[in-house]
Ligand binder design. Sequence first.
Ligand code: XIL
Length: 359
Amino acid sequence: MEIKTAIYAAILTGSLAFLTYFGSSCGSSKDLPTPEKQTLREAVFPFGGAISPEFLKNDTQYRELAAREFSSITAEYVMKMTAISRGKDVYDFAAADEIIDFARKNKMRVHGHTLVWYRETPEWLKNYTGTREDFIMLLEKYIKAVAGHFKGKVVSWDVVNEALLDDGSIRIEENIWYQKIGLEYIEIAFRAAHKADPDALLFYNEYGQEYSKVKSDAVNKLMDELIEKRVPIHGIGLQMHTNANINDLQLKQAVRDAGAKGLKVHISELDVQTNMENNSDYVFTEESALKQKEVYRWATEAMMELPANQRFGITFWGVTDQYSWRWLYEGIPDKVLPFSEKYEHKPGYEGILEGLKEK
Ligand code: XIL
């Protein structure tokens, strides 16, 4: 057996990633040479991460890990409306173009996130006064400008993000798009995105399907309704900001149900919380890491169980624990990603490799 294959087999048997992160009483990781080439870029479907240009610029290890492990990237923030829209018909794509440039240099796919969200809407929009028709025109014009700018550089879009509440009802409060246009904003957005970039794969993106069959069923019902109206939609995103208490059967059923209609399925924002009480003095232990490893394995197995042509891939919501949104954005101490603050493979990475093994 070729040495490279033997090394990868060693990883797949679940030894190297764990040794790297925790070391081991049965010899140290230096006893097992890390493979030169085998990373998630060689996996049977794309793995990616949510990327910030500031860390690409300022952190060599961040940049190198992303280039080494990811074949797909998503902009964590700089393709959102507040990052791009400087006023009505005024756009700033500079930061987002840095993501595009990094992807081009590293032969990566870019998944656009997100054209229409109830959050991260700019102040000028909140203060804009106009009729329903004015808001429809504004929405269509924004999507035409943004999806048009990235045409040929972005392969797919989260066209609409988080339109539903946990009880499965449409999100009304805080949702300017629903309040000004009504439920039709969703199909208007998809049609505008398809017109601006007919080649882009268009996704609806949502969180919580793995926690709640009610929410999962509501998302899939919305997809059925859009398909029924011949709205151009190609995929479903399950954000999967999940946690160590999630039930494996429920997680896998949510992914299975999302794929039931033949749409592509993207686990689009995967991270696994272990600090369940949001304790400010939380310590991530070996037990936390092993529980987290199982959930990363289940998510990978769920993607593997889909037909190959529906496996859009798995995107982690970040690159390293050091800059994860749970810590930086929500201020909650937790280590939610498969890569540590030292850019090492955690046991969660080993769980992903185990999940990739053909059953
Ligand atoms: C978050 C980012 O992580 C933050 O950096 C940003 O400031 C706000 O958005 N669901 C989503 C993502 O769809 O866009 C959110 O990302 C996390 C929740």
